[in-house]
Design a protein around this ligand. Structure first.
Ligand code: NAD
Ligand code: ZN
Length: 363
């Protein structure tokens, strides 16, 4: 089969690789119908995630069709159309029992395109299939559910829910990338009074308005703290969501919250940020961090089915899977291309691959 393979920092190619095979009875093999690229894939390509070994297939967000199941898979069958969560779950460790699947110590967690081969490929092996796959409700398209693999649950769980957004709140979101924009979309589910989005890129801020932001601030030109305090009668935001991942934006988000407010950090940080306790100690603030668990996938699926949420607006570019190299060029050059999420459509594979997969599995 063909797949997008990481070959070390800065190096990727679209390669011929062996088909995946069942390795544990809880595995399933999925033909990838639709996939997407994530900012984390770009972090990996920069060499920021050394756990990813050269030779690993990238990608952790996809929708596909099951072509083979291990003997212990009971909830899914060949032919089922499924969403693959970016987080797999062993289902039995202490953290999985608490629905903290991201912290799974039983071999799950974020492993696709990280510790095992990922989903930007013709086929992928999904460990713990019963706990890590979700049937796509009939009537929903791949585009409608694809962003539930990672970014929608990330923004909803780690940003909006950790931030405890309530009706009437002022929510300040720092960063208007796919994560910040998904935070706008899912914060609206709680009817905040006002959503303020802060970014340096006017194109992204215009998108934020389209997604439902009430106020946008370009902090390259304007003092965001001053503006947020003016907008909130000198109090500050009830909730600030950090959706960038650099020290400056974490420190900015900490300055934006009111006494008793919450700062929900979503950004992946590579460098230490300063926690200004000399200002915060007196303010009764809550600061949260987290890796997505994807425990809200069923809830978000219901919202999409009910017409209350439409993530398809995040898709700005489309490619066939075998043009994944070009898709990466476009996605990694978002300032110029205005890409938010690029959708990769699976290559129709010639020949009877199902039996080919089965033959290798039993070999
Ligand atoms: P992105 O790079 O597409 O977007 C970041 C945005 O921040 C851009 O629009 C950029 O213009 C803006 N920005 C940069 N510097 C800024 C500054 N000084 N002030 C204001 N805005 C600034 O990233 P994304 O895909 O939206 O992801 C956002 C973060 O979330 C990343 O750090 C990503 O790794 C992280 N993430 C976390 C989890 C998790 O589980 N916690 C999961 C997925 C992604
Ligand atoms: Zn991702």
């Amino acid at each position: 089969m063909r797949a997008l393979v990481y070959h070390g920092p800065g190096l990727r190619s679209w390669d011929d690789v062996p088909n995946p095979t069942i390795q544990a009875p809880t595995d399933a093999i999925v033909k990838i119908d639709t996939a997407t690229i994530c900012g984390s894939d770009l972090h990996i390509l920069k060499g920021d995630v050394p756990a990813v070994k050269p030779g690993t297939i990238l990608g952790h967000e996809a929708v596909g069709t099951i072509v083979e199941t291990g003997a212990a898979v009971t909830k899914f069958q060949i032919g089922d159309h499924v969403l693959v969560s970016c987080i797999t779950s062993c289902g039995s460790c202490r953290f999985c029992k608490e629905a903290r699947y991201g912290q799974c110590t039983g071999g799950g967690g974020w492993i696709f395109g990280h510790l095992i081969n990922g989903l930007q490929a013709d086929y992928a092996r999904v460990p713990f299939a019963d706990n890590s796959l979700y049937k796509v409700p009939s009537g929903l398209t791949d585009d409608q559910v694809l962003f539930l693999s990672d970014i929608l649950p990330t923004s909803f769980e780690v940003g909006v829910q950790n931030g405890r957004v309530r009706p009437g709140d002022t929510v300040a979101i720092v960063g208007a990338g796919p994560i910040g924009l998904s935070a706008v979309m899912t914060a609206k589910l709680y009817t905040p009074a006002r959503i303020i989005v802060i970014d340096l890129d006017d194109g992204r801020l215009a998108k934020a308005k389209e997604f439902g932001a009430d106020v946008t601030i370009n902090n390259g030109r304007e003092d965001a703290v001053k503006r947020v305090f003016e907008l909130t009668a000198g109090l500050g935001a009830d909730v600030a969501v950090e959706a960038v991942g650099i020290p400056a934006t974490f420190e900015l988000a900490a300055e934006l919250i009111r006494a008793g407010g919450t700062l929900a950090n979503v950004g992946v940080h590579g460098k230490p940020a300063t926690l200004h306790l000399e200002k915060l100690w007196i303010k009764d603030v809550t600061i949260t961090t987290g890796l997505v668990d994807t425990r809200t996938i069923p809830q978000l699926l219901s919202l999409i089915e009910g017409g209350r949420l439409d993530p398809t607006v995040l898709a700005t570019h489309r490619f066939s899977m075998d043009s994944a190299m070009e898709a990466y060029d476009v996605f990694s050059n978002a300032a110029k291309t205005h890409a938010l999420k690029v959708v990769l459509t699976g290559t129709p594979v010639s020949g009877n691959t199902k039996s080919k997969v089965a033959a290798t599995a039993s070999a």
